[in-house]
Design a protein around this ligand. Structure first.
Ligand code: UGA
Length: 433
C-alpha cells in the first residue's frame, strides 16, 4: 500500500487515482479547482465516463480514496505524487507546460522527505528533466526525490477497463528505487512493464498516439482513392487488417480523428521534431489529411444538395466519439458553423454532449437528445459520431420522417445494399455511392 497524491482531476488523474485506490493504495485526488473538489466530495463527477462514478463511490466508502484542494498538505503526506494536469495546445501547436511547472514548484516548496514524482500528463521530451530542476530549485536541494515518466494510454469511454487491464506500463525512471516502486503499484494491472529512460518514456507516448493517428489518416487517404476508383475501403481494411503485422484496429475510415489527444499530440510531435531540427514530413501529412476529411464530408453534402441556403440539416453526434461528453476537436465543431454560414438550419442530436457543445457552438443550431425529433423534416442527415442510438436507428422510420432521404455518413455505419433497398441516397466514406 502506497500513499499517493494525484494532482489534477481530469480524465487521467481521476481515473488513474481511482484505479490505484481500488488496487489497494491510499489515494488523494487534488485539484486547485475548489468547486470540482467540492462536487467530487459530494459524489458529482466532473466528466462522463462509464463506470467511474460507481468506482469512485466504492473507494470513497472503503476509505481508500479522498479529494482535497489542499495540495501543499497532500504533497507533504504522500510517498508518490502523480502529476496529471492539463497540457493544452498553444496557438502555435506546442504543449503548454504552465500547469506542470506550477505543480513542480509546489512540490519543491513542500518536499519534506524522499518522494517519487510521476508525470502522467503527455509532455514534450525533456519535461521530466525540467520538472526535476524546478523541484530542486524550490526545495533548495534539501531533500532527495526521483522523477518518473509514466505515460497514460487510456481511452475516453473505456478508461477504467483500459487502466485495470493495461496492455503495458511504461516507466521511465531516474533511479532503480523509483522504477521498482512504480512497477510495484502497476503489478495488479499488467505484467508488461517497459523500463525506459525518462526521455524514451516521454517519446513513447507521442509515438503511440502519432502512430494510431497515422493509421487513421492512412486509411482515410486510401478511402479517398477508393471513392475515385469505385472500390470499398471497409473491405480494404478487412483485407489488410487480417495481416497480423498490420492489425485490424484503427483502420475505420471516416470523418477523421478528434478528441483531446490525437490532434494535440500530433501537433506537439511536429514541434518536437522541428525543435530538434528534423523535418517530420509524415506527421505533417497525417494532420493535413485529417483536416481534409471534414471538408470532404461537407463537399459531399454540398454536391448532393446544390446549395445549403434554407435547407434543414440534422447532425447526429456532437461528441468526438461515443460514450463521452468530450467535444474537444470534435468534427461537429468545424462542420456545424460551416453549415450555418452557408445558410443551413442545423438541428443537432447528441445523447450526452449537448451541455459541452453549447459552450463552444452556442445557439447557431438547435439541440435535442431525441434522435427522431432531430431527424424530422430534414433535407439531409449528417452522421458525425457512431453513437449506439445512431447505429440502431429505425431506418424506415427515418426515411418517413425526413423531407428527402439523404444521409451523409462520416462513420460508415450502414450496409450499402440495405440503404439502396430502403431508397436512401447514402453517401459514406470510401465506398461506392
Ligand atoms: C487516444 C488513444 O487511443 C489512447 O491510447 C491515449 O491514451 C489517449 O488518446 C490519450 O493520449 O490520452 P482517445 O482520444 O480517448 O484515446 O480516443 P480514441 O478511441 O483513440 O479515438 C480518437 C479518435 O480517432 C476519435 O475521434 C475516433 O473517432 C477516431 N478513430 C479511431 C477513427 O476515426 N478511426 C478509427 O479506426 C479509430
Amino acid at each position: 500500500m502506497k500513499k499517493i497524491a494525484v494532482i489534477g482531476t481530469g480524465y487521467v488523474g481521476l481515473v488513474s487515482g481511482t484505479c490505484f485506490a481500488d488496487s489497494g493504495n491510499q489515494v488523494t485526488c487534488c485539484d486547485i479547482d475548489q468547486l470540482k473538489i467540492k462536487g467530487l466530495t459530494e459524489g458529482i463527477m466532473p466528466i462522463y465516463e462509464p463506470g467511474l462514478k460507481e468506482l469512485v463511490h466504492k473507494n470513497v466508502r472503503k476509505g481508500s480514496l479522498k479529494f482535497s484542494a489542499n495540495i501543499s498538505q497532500e504533497i507533504k503526506d504522500a510517498e508518490v505524487i502523480l502529476i496529471a494536469v492539463g497540457t493544452p495546445m498553444t496557438s502555435s501547436g506546442k504543449a503548454d507546460l504552465t500547469y506542470v511547472k506550477q505543480v513542480a514548484q509546489s512540490i519543491g516548496e513542500n518536499l519534506n522527505s524522499y518522494k517519487v514524482i510521476v508525470t502522467k500528463s503527455t509532455v514534450p521530451v525533456g519535461t521530466g528533466k525540467l520538472i526535476e530542476s524546478v523541484i530542486r530549485e524550490y526545495d533548495n536541494g534539501k531533500h532527495p526525490f526521483d522523477v518518473v515518466s509514466n505515460p497514460e494510454f487510456l481511452r475516453e469511454g473505456t478508461a477504467i477497463k483500459d487502466t485495470m487491464n493495461m496492455e503495458r506500463a511504461v516507466i521511465g525512471a531516474t533511479s532503480e528505487k523509483a522504477f521498482q516502486l512504480i512497477a510495484e503499484i502497476h503489478k495488479p494491472f499488467t505484467a508488461n512493464i517497459v523500463k525506459a529512460s525518462l526521455e524514451t518514456a516521454e517519446i513513447i507516448k507521442y509515438a503511440a498516439n502519432a502512430f494510431l493517428a497515422t493509421k487513421i489518416s492512412f486509411i482515410n487517404d486510401i478511402a479517398n482513392i477508393c471513392e475515385r476508383v469505385g472500390a470499398d475501403v471497409t473491405e480494404v481494411s478487412t483485407g489488410i487488417g487480417l495481416d497480423s503485422r498490420i492489425g485490424n484496429k484503427f483502420l475505420q475510415a471516416g470523418v477523421g480523428f478528434g478528441g483531446s489527444c490525437f490532434p494535440k499530440d500530433t501537433a506537439a510531435l511536429l514541434h518536437i521534431s522541428e525543435d530538434c531540427g528534423y523535418d517530420f514530413k509524415l506527421i505533417k501529412a497525417v494532420i493535413e489529411t485529417n483536416e481534409g476529411q471534414r471538408v470532404q464530408l461537407v463537399k459531399k453534402l454540398l454536391l448532393a444538395l446544390g446549395s445549403l441556403q434554407g435547407k434543414t440539416i440534422s447532425v447526429l453526434g456532437l461528441a468526438f466519439k461515443p460514450d463521452t461528453d468530450d467535444i474537444r476537436s470534435s468534427p461537429a465543431l468545424d462542420i456545424i458553423p460551416y453549415l450555418t454560414e452557408q445558410g443551413a438550419i442545423v438541428k443537432a442530436f447528441d445523447p450526452i454532449a449537448i451541455v459541452e457543445a453549447k459552450k463552444q457552438i452556442g445557439y447557431q443550431c438547435t439541440y435535442s437528445e431525441d434522435i427522431y425529433e432531430t431527424i424530422t423534416d430534414s433535407d439531409a442527415c449528417m452522421i458525425l459520431t457512431d453513437w449506439q442510438d445512431v447505429k440502431t436507428l429505425d431506418l424506415p422510420l427515418v426515411k418517413h420522417l425526413m423531407k428527402q432521404p439523404l444521409i451523409v455518413d462520416g462513420r460508415n455505419l450502414f450496409e450499402l445494399e440495405m440503404m439502396k433497398q430502403l431508397g436512401f441516397t447514402y453517401l459514406s466514406v470510401g465506398r461506392p455511392a
